[in-house]
Design a protein around this ligand. Structure first.
Ligand code: HEC
Length: 131
């Protein structure tokens, strides 16, 4: 019985640790993507912008699962999962729109979407970090 409990606790902490690792990985991929997009806009390098958007989409896939979003929120912020989830959805939408504007060579419009995306990052971080 005791052993079972210890084992269960062990498994649980490994699960939590790997969830944190997934979160940090996803965030770091998105961070890298955001930096590439910014670099690309400033240097007018469309290839780097598109590479960055791909990274952001990849990093954001973890948040297509609302349960994972809830899990990554602090215990006193779980009730704000909808706001956090909407921020993640906005990032997905923004990525699509940015690509559409790039295809249309509407670069200024694409940078507006980029700003909205940064704002979506901060919206979720403001919940997580109690800004
Ligand atoms: C749905 C919520 C949510 C969204 C949207 C979100 N993040 Fe995060 N982010 C988190 C959580 C939770 C943490 C971990 C807690 C912390 O660092 O405050 C985090 C942490 C981070 C970190 C620190 C990672 C580390 O290794 O410590 C970076 C970098 C980051 N996010 C980048 C981004 C970028 C860039 C975007 C937008 C493209 C973004 N995040 C959007 C929830 C989110």
């Amino acid at each position: 019985m005791k052993l079972t409990k210890i084992l269960m606790a062990g498994i649980l902490s490994v699960t939590i640790a790997s969830a944190n690792e997934t979160l940090n990985n996803s965030m770091n991929i998105m961070q890298q993507g955001i930096e590439e997009v910014q670099f690309g806009f400033i240097n007018h390098n469309e290839e780097i912008i598109r590479k960055g958007i791909e990274a952001i989409k990849k990093g954001n896939t973890m948040f297509s699962d609302e349960a994972l979003i809830k899990q990554s929120l602090p215990s006193d912020k779980k009730h704000m999962v909808n706001v956090a989830s909407n921020a993640a959805k906005r990032i997905t939408e923004d990525a699509k729109n940015m690509e559409a504007y790039l295809n249309a060579k509407a670069y200024v419009k694409a940078t507006e979407v980029y700003s909205d995306m940064l704002n979506a990052c901060s919206t979720c971080h403001s919940i997580v970090r109690s800004w």
